[in-house]
Design a protein around this ligand. Structure first.
Ligand code: GLY
Length: 384
């Protein structure tokens, strides 16, 4: 376990906020009306279409910047993006997966919350409708990838815990309980399967398509089927915190405590996690800064919900380390926010390929600025 007493307070917050605003403005100038793709190339984002699972988090970064600064340049850019997201769901452009929350919560739900955009609300509800269409009665889970019902992809993945808040929100905003029912069923199934006795997590879990019986866990982006992929563990932390916000259930609280304890206990002494918890101090494997950013947001959410100042203090200290080690301080080296992320890393036994290794990525940037906002504004109402 890292020694929190030995980590200094995040006294650089004012510089961090200034740098973050400058980086968002720089990326807007570099990208024009295009989007950040999932990852940078040599720490710069090539201008890209709105066709990946990550695009909503670029819009989310801009929304956070609007909230932090009140500047209209961010609001108008974010509203421009809403048009693109509305078209994307209407025309079904690259949406055949479970990633509707990642796409529509920080973009369109946020636009409705911040600017009263009805177009954003409608698009987010349409995305929630699509998400529940991926629910499998046999097994009681939302199928993550592939054609709905396909036998070779009859599985859930831990990342989806970040997509179900869209369903909780959809029930709240429409008054129709059908979304919440799916969210609860998926959450309960997920935690029964992905959480291991030692509090680490599986990335994906297969079910029998004929009977719905849970079968076995398999990794896609982790090092081994039985290892703990750092970002998957972080999705578990933040996903369970958000489930707790919407349900106040003891189960969600228990999952949060267990996934967080494992994460903190397995951080290297140098704090920024390696891409999989199989690796620790002394390893040459790359780090995944985005995993820490996600986990910090989960800690800050839960510290608000449970009124736990001790948890907030730990999260703020970790954010200080993330700023010192990974935040971009010189715009000449990058138009992202957070260096040293990993999208996928090939291992001898996983089926991933090296992708976005030691690069910025859109979600790392987003969760880093969300964490900054949460530190500035305790009790902040998340887009999730
Ligand atoms: N949700 C996909 C990832 O974390 O890479």
């Amino acid at each position: 376990m890292i020694d929190f007493a030995g980590i200094s307070a995040f006294e650089e917050l004012p510089e961090a906020l200034k740098a973050a605003e400058r980086q968002t403005r720089k990326a807007i100038a570099d990208l024009g009306d295009k989007f950040k793709p999932s990852t940078s190339v040599n720490d710069f984002y090539p201008p890209s279409e709105n066709d990946e699972w990550t695009n909503g988090m670029w819009t989310g970064e801009i929304n956070i910047m609007y909230e932090l600064t009140g500047k209209d340049e961010f609001k108008s850019k974010a509203l421009e993006h809403v048009e693109s997201f509305a078209e994307r769901i209407e025309k079904r452009i690259s949406i055949k997966n479970h990633d509707m929350g990642f796409l529509y919560s920080p973009s369109c739900v946020a636009a409705y919350m911040l600017y009263g955009s009805e177009k954003g609300r409608d698009a987010a509800i349409a995305a929630a409708d699509y998400l529940i269409s991926r629910f499998q009665e046999k097994g009681q889970f939302i199928q993550a990838w592939g054609p709905i019902g396909s036998r070779d992809n009859y599985r859930l993945i831990i990342d989806c815990l970040m997509n179900i808040p869209l369903l909780f929100w959809a029930s709240e905003t429409t008054g129709d309980e059908k979304y919440r029912r799916v969210a609860l069923a998926h959450f309960n199934t997920s935690i029964e399967c992905v959480l291991r006795p030692d509090d680490s997590t599986y990335h994906t879990y297969y079910f029998d398509p004929d009977t719905g019986k849970p079968l076995y866990g398999v990794t896609h982006q982790g090092n081994r089927n039985d290892s703990a992929w750092s970002r998957g563990q972080a999705w578990g932390i933040y996903g369970s915190a958000l489930a707790y916000r919407y349900t106040r259930s003891d189960k969600a609280l228990d999952v949060f405590n267990r996934t967080l304890d494992f994460f903190l206990e397995h951080l290297p002494a140098s704090i920024i996690p390696y891409w999989d918890f199989d690796f620790t101090d002394g390893s040459d494997e790359p780090r995944d800064s985005s995993a820490l950013a996600v986990a910090i947001c989960g800690m800050l959410e839960m510290s608000d919900l449970l009124d736990r100042p001790g948890l907030r203090k730990k999260a703020e200290k970790l954010l200080g380390v993330l700023y010192r080690e990974c935040a971009v301080k010189d715009p000449a080296i990058s138009d992202g926010q957070l260096l040293h992320g990993v999208y996928c890393r090939k291992s001898p036994t996983n089926d991933a390929r090296d992708r976005g290794v030691d690069e910025c990525n859109t979600w790392g940037d987003y969760f880093y600025v969300e964490a900054l906002k949460r530190v500035v504004t305790p009790g902040w109402k998340a887009y999730w």
